[in-house]
Design a protein around this ligand. Structure first.
Ligand code: SAH
Length: 370
């Protein structure tokens, strides 16, 4: 049993079953034993691999998107380039290298990295040594001024709550202890919750046995972004796996060694993640004064921005092994059978920007309505 499981079991014994969000927050972010606090989980040797770790072209394309968007906004100077959950700092390093073609952009950008993991923060510091950057534990300490926010696979790492529908209403799903086996197990809180403002009307009437997920932190963070965009300008780019108005259904999953893993096992040594509700992010940002675009499929977005041409150009100067790696990496990110459709891209703008690059959709038709 991991030390974190021992700690969670003790808490359940003392205080009763805990909501899924408390369980997930402890599993990911406990200061000593949390999954993201203890080790670097990324890359081929880790538990999962992200787009910037698959190919340098991903970060380069994001960097070019930032330059184009900043120019489209009238080159506000200075501005804050803010990345949420920067992992190993690879995306930002690749983005800044590509953006280096525009010295005005580089001169105007103040870098801010929002990261809670001390281990990943030191990897980011090593990776971004050439840049003057500031680290934050939360988004709200980024100083006033125009912002370009980037978040790749950040929102899926935030804790979610789960609600279960029974004959008498919606109940909070919790993690408790089985009195017979003494193992961790999911239990349903007895008292039905007030669904108002929490479970959308389209889901509230779902049949008994349905499950609804809600990330409390996601709307808080997008509201902060939305307010900042509305008051000080520019845009946000949010890339993640997720859905648009999925309704009910479970997406919480454990991941270890690139495989699905039991959510209740190896606490602190396995990742826990949930799909992102893009409709909820867009709605809160809009209420806060920003304009959402998309989501578009990651494959569409990256292809629109020329990932294949950039990959071909880069591969032309490489040996066969390197060239093949670049081509297979590009294919993996845009593959309609995989990451190309699983991942979505949502942009939030200040409303004055117009349509951001990569979001030029058919008039009147959004990708999620296609
Ligand atoms: N964007 C990176 C890493 C994704 S993994 C990439 O694409 O490779 C999720 C990242 O979010 C990690 O850096 C993790 O430490 C960070 N993170 C998780 N929860 C966080 C929180 N509440 N606040 C800030 N960073 C967080």
């Amino acid at each position: 049993m991991t030390p974190l499981e021992q700690l969670i079991r003790d808490r359940i014994r003392d205080h009763g079953a805990m909501p899924v969000s408390d369980y997930m927050a402890l599993a990911l972010a406990h200061p000593d034993y949390g999954y993201y606090r203890k080790a670097d989980p990324l890359g081929r040797d880790g538990d999962f691999i992200t787009a910037p770790e698959i190919t340098q072209v991903f970060g380069e394309i994001i960097g070019l998107w930032c330059v184009v968007t900043w120019r489209q906004a009238g080159m506000p100077t200075p501005f804050h380039l803010v990345e949420l959950g920067p992992g190993r700092g690879t995306l930002m390093a690749d983005a800044m290298r590509a953006a280096g073609n525009d010295p005005d952009f580089i001169a105007a950008a103040n870098l801010h990295l929002v990261e809670t993991s001390p281990i990943l923060r030191s990897r980011q510091q090593a990776q971004l040594q050439a840049h003057d950057a500031t680290w934050h534990l939360a988004i709200d300490t980024v100083p006033d001024g125009p912002c370009l926010y980037i978040a790749n696979e950040f929102f899926d790492a935030l804790a979610i709550d789960q609600y279960f529908r029974t004959a008498d209403g919606w109940h909070r799903r919790c993690v408790g202890l089985d009195p017979v086996t003494d193992r961790l197990k999911f239990v349903i809180d007895r008292t039905p919750i007030n669904t108002e403002g929490l479970v959308p009307p389209s889901v509230a009437a779902a049949p008994a046995g349905s499950l609804f997920e809600h990330c409390p932190e996601c709307p808080e963070i997008t509201a902060i972004m939305g307010r900042r965009l509305a008051s000080d300008g520019i845009a946000a780019l949010i890339i993640d796996y997720g859905y648009w108005h999925q309704g009910s259904g479970e997406t919480l999953q454990g991941v270890r060694g690139h495989q699905h893993h039991d959510v209740l096992m190896n606490l602190g040594d396995a990742d826990l993640t949930a799909h992102v509700d893009f409709s909820a992010l867009a709605a809160t940002a809009e209420t806060a004064g920003a304009i959402p675009f998309g989501p578009v499929l990651q494959g569409t977005f990256l292809s629109n921005l020329g990932i294949e041409a950039r990959t071909n150009k880069l591969a032309a100067d490489q040996d066969t092994t390197q060239a093949n790696l670049l081509h297979s990496g590009c294919h993996r990110l845009i593959d309609p059978q995989g990451m190309g459709t699983l991942f979505k891209v949502l942009a939030l703008t200040d409303g004055k920007l117009g349509v951001p690059a990569g979001f030029e959709l058919l008039p009147g038709k959004l990708d999620h309505e296609a």
